[in-house]
Design a protein around this ligand. Structure first.
Ligand SMILES: [Zn+2]
Ligand SMILES: [Zn+2]
Length: 332
């Protein structure tokens, strides 16, 4: 039996439950959870914002722990190995997207907390390929948030062929943004942090920002015209989109990883500057492995606030308040 923290409805608090996960699938591994980050998607799923939630709901998809059981077909992971799991727990492995390395685009991909129970638990299961080994010099306590929030901002650097000569802006210095700053800095880029909180300037600079821009200051935004190869938007707010497009160099890309409801932008500047607007969800298996290697090499880790898993309701409230700096992590 697996012990987990489950919500029985959108409004209810988490309660301890036990569930029987059944036989271990031949291609799955079971992980003893040591830490699990809380992502905004856990909150959205708890509230059934996306009409995907089944109750009792067990969230948790920023999992770090150790392998405690392997299915009979699993040969590349060992008992006791330190691993992590993010948003995706399974994909078909035979569609063209999977075979092209875009496993995260698989139409049959299963979310770790969608129709199955996630990492707010003592153990959790996932298809072995989606179980990412953690390099020796990365601490488990630090790596949970990399597997969802981190990967979401790391994958765009890979998929858009970002070069060290590029200038990158990160909009929103929170759970995702504070990791994006570190990735872009270590990538070799010139990095600008956009935030509505001027009190985050020192921290943003300590995490890799060369410059800090108060995004509520229209003049500051206007003065950043024509500067960036990519602007990564991690917030879900309705922004003055034309002003952000104007900050792009010709050929630049406004890349959204925060789910604003809709965007409206004037087409002419996009045409004349050959600029683009795009978006991406979390990344695939290979970018996740590359990210862990990159974090190991550059000593990148999220800044976390740690709570015992038994205080999950309090931890969720902290996330919801938007005051956490910068990621909330539960200790099992
Ligand atoms: Zn997430
Ligand atoms: Zn597939």
């Amino acid at each position: 039996m697996i012990t987990a923290y489950a919500a029985s409805s959108p409004e209810s608090k988490f309660e301890k439950i036990e569930y029987d996960p059944g036989d271990l699938h031949p291609d799955e591994v079971e992980i003893a959870v040591e830490y699990c980050g809380i992502c905004h998607s856990d909150l959205s799923m708890k509230k059934n914002d996306w009409q995907l939630t089944e109750y009792p709901f067990v969230g948790g998809h920023e999992i770090a722990g150790k392998v405690v059981a392997t299915g009979v077909d699993v040969e590349h992971l060992n008992l006791g190995q330190r691993v992590g799991v993010g948003w995706t727990a399974r994909s078909c492995m035979h569609c063209n997207q999977c075979l092209s390395g875009y496993h995260n685009r698989c139409a049959e991909a299963q979310g770790t907390i969608v129709g199955r129970h996630g990492g707010f638990a003592d153990r959790v299961r996932a298809q072995s390929e989606w179980v990412i080994p953690v390099p020796e010099n990365v601490e488990l306590v630090d790596c949970g948030p990399l597997f969802c929030g981190g990967l979401t901002v790391f994958a765009p650097l890979i998929e858009n062929n970002i070069r060290p000569t590029d200038r990158i802006a990160v909009v929103g210095i929170g759970g995702l943004g504070h990791m994006a700053l570190q990735f872009a800095k270590s990538w070799g880029c010139h990095v600008t942090a956009f935030s509505t909180s001027p009190d985050k300037e020192d921290e943003a600079k300590s995490m890799g920002a060369h410059e800090f821009l108060n995004s509520r200051d229209e003049q500051a935004l206007a003065s950043a015209a024509n500067q960036f190869d990519m602007v990564i938007v991690t917030v879900n707010a309705d922004l003055p989109w034309d002003a952000y497009v104007a900050t792009l160099k010709p050929g630049g890309k406004l890349h959204l990883v925060g789910a604003a409801e809709s965007i409206k932008a004037t087409v002419f500047p996009l045409i004349m500057g050959e600029k683009s607007i795009g978006a991406s969800p979390t990344g695939g298996i290979v970018p996740a492995r590359q990210m862990m290697d990159f974090c190991s090499r550059h000593a990148i880790k999220p800044m976390i606030e740690k709570y015992p898993m038994s205080d999950i309701d309090e931890a969720m409230e902290r996330l919801e308040s938007g005051k956490a700096r910068y990621r909330v992590v539960l200790e099992a």
